[in-house]
Write a protein that binds this ligand. Structure first.
Ligand SMILES: [Zn+2]
Length: 93
């Protein structure tokens, strides 16, 4: 029994020892732009400066989307999107 660990998928040893070398999957122009925005700490949906991974407007949009999907009735008022000016209801802004 060997206790040798398998090499990491992206290490050069794995590539050299693989019998069928696989080419990296091509990514779309859109996905390449999203990754570029993420690397520059900008919103990956619109390109504005991001708070975490999204801008303030898209954080609010995503928060409300998740509330709708999961059916939450309570609000986490300490959430980042509330701290940076995202009102709980559009009329309260
Ligand atoms: Zn955005």
């Amino acid at each position: 029994m060997t206790t040798e660990l398998a090499p990491a998928p992206n290490s050069t040893a794995a590539i050299n020892s693989a019998e069928e070398p696989t080419a990296p999957r091509p990514i779309s122009r859109q996905r390449r732009w999203q990754l570029k925005m993420r690397d520059q700490h900008r919103c990956w949906r619109c390109g504005e400066p991001a708070l975490r991974s999204l801008c303030a407007a898209h954080l609010v949009q995503e928060r409300e989307r998740q509330r709708r999907i999961n059916g939450y009735s309570t609000r986490n008022l300490n959430a980042l999107s509330y701290i940076f000016g995202g009102a709980a209801q559009p009329g309260l802004e």
